[in-house]
Design a protein around this ligand. Structure first.
Ligand SMILES: Cc1cc2nc3c(=O)[nH]c(=O)nc-3n(C[C@H](O)[C@H](O)[C@H](O)COP(=O)(O)OP(=O)(O)OC[C@H]3O[C@@H](n4cnc5c(N)ncnc54)[C@H](O)[C@@H]3O)c2cc1C
Length: 382
């Protein structure tokens, strides 16, 4: 027995849930499937970009308020950035935002889908293969459950996307791939629960080490770098992360009495800044499945949500015009490029430019102490 839908959204992370919320009044029969049960952990820095919340607010102020009311969070207004030479600057962000463990943040988004839409949510549904014909899409699950069919597939299945792998040509590209690790700690000294901290380290540019408060005295501590640099330097990032907390002159004293609450876990970050196919006949890709992570800062929750909403608009257009062709999907590709891709390309160029120049980063920090330079820099990095 198969179940047929107008739209199947594959993956219930920020991209998939935002897409389902944006289809709220579409009248379409929508299924949202995920391989996991929720709440589920997702390896992340847990810093929710202000633009992610802005996109939800533009969708619906009520949904925004519901998301903002999430109790497990640390509201963050400031960042402290440390240069390779140890100098630091403080930055106050314009948009209100928070950090929240993805365990809770993603579960809240899914609850909102269940409360406000007629979407059929199917969890524990791991897709192993996808077939597309001129008439329909078939999703084959891994565990002997009935397949799903639909008119349009929206692939929101993250960094290891089955949809991207099966439906587009995408060779491994370590120059556009980052790898990052994180663990939770408590008992840090000299921390402030409203400030995120970034350390740019001379030996590991253009990656960075972070300390992000996530509420209740808990900190998400992590480190990420370009995969090509990790491979070239033969680094074990899990070991590097713990070594920084023990040995780095500015960091180690902060961890003197800290306790580690979780093991160090890692995951890939598919970076944007490169033109790739993200749609085709009867399918669209969003979020990490479309490689939309900011290359300089490593955030992707905002672009996942933005692209999920753009995909929902494209889906409605497809059904209005009864056209699911690759040509019809170009509107989506152009919209993603205009709203997201252009900025990611600029960010990628900047990341590559500074990656071998610690002196430039130090000089940039020095200059950024001047108010107008800081303002300009904030505009450049978003
Ligand atoms: C260490 C690290 C730190 C990061 N820090 C930040 C940060 O602080 N801020 C930020 O904005 N971004 C950060 N990112 C990036 C961010 O995690 C991603 O950009 C974001 O999660 C993308 O959302 P998504 O919905 O596209 O994919 P995901 O959040 O990965 O969701 C994909 C969903 O698809 C499901 N799925 C996958 N495969 C299948 C399958 N075969 N069948 C069914 N379901 C499937 C998964 O279970 C998952 O629920 C970080 C990433 C890493 C690795």
């Amino acid at each position: 027995m198969t179940h047929h839908y107008d739209v199947v959204i594959l993956g219930a992370g920020p991209a998939g849930t935002a897409c389902a919320l944006a289809l709220q009044h579409s009248g379409l029969r929508v299924a949202l499937v995920d391989k996991d049960q929720f709440p589920r952990d997702k390896v992340c820095g847990d810093a929710i970009p202000g633009l992610a919340l802005k996109a939800i607010r533009q969708l619906s102020p009520t949904l925004y308020e519901e998301l903002y009311a999430l109790p497990q969070k640390a509201e963050t207004r400031d960042s402290r950035l440390f240069a390779p030479d140890g100098g630091d600057i403080r930055v106050r962000w314009q948009i209100q935002t928070f950090n929240s463990p993805r365990l809770h943040f993603d579960a809240r988004l899914l609850e909102m889908v269940q409360a406000h839409t007629t979407t059929q949510v199917q969890l524990d549904f791991s897709v192993k293969d996808i077939h597309i014909t001129a008439e329909q899409v078939t999703l084959l699950p891994a565990n002997g459950q009935a397949p799903l069919t639909c008119q349009l597939l929206i692939g929101c299945d993250g960094a290891n996307s089955v949809a991207a792998r099966k439906l587009t040509q995408r060779p491994l590209d370590r120059a556009h791939q980052c790898v990052a690790v994180r663990a939770y700690f408590q008992g840090l000294i000299d921390t402030d629960e409203t400030t995120t901290e970034f350390y740019f380290l001379r030996e590991y540019l253009a990656g960075y080490f972070w300390i992000f408060p996530v509420g209740d005295g808990v900190y998400n501590v992590g480190f990420g770098m370009l995969s090509s640099d990790v491979a070239a330097q033969k680094l074990d990032l899990k070991k590097v992360l713990l070594a920084i907390t023990r040995e780095h002159p500015q960091v180690a004293k902060r961890f003197a009495q800290a306790s580690q609450l979780s093991k160090v876990s890692g995951f890939g970050l598919p970076l944007g800044g490169k033109s790739r196919p993200i749609s085709g006949t009867r399918f669209l890709l969003c979020g990490d499945a479309a490689s939309l992570i900011d290359p300089l800062q490593g955030h992707g929750i905002d672009t996942a949500i933005q692209s999920g909403i753009l995909a929902a608009r494209q889906a409605m257009r497809c059904f209005e015009q009864q056209d699911f062709s690759a040509a019809q999907m170009r509107w989506y590709e152009q919209a993603v490029y205009q709203q997201i891709g252009k900025k990611l390309a600029r960010s990628y160029r900047l990341m590559r430019f500074i990656s071998t120049k610690p002196w430039l980063v130090n000089a940039g920090f020095g200059l950024a102490r001047h108010a107008w330079v800081k303002k300009w820099l904030l505009k450049v990095v978003g």
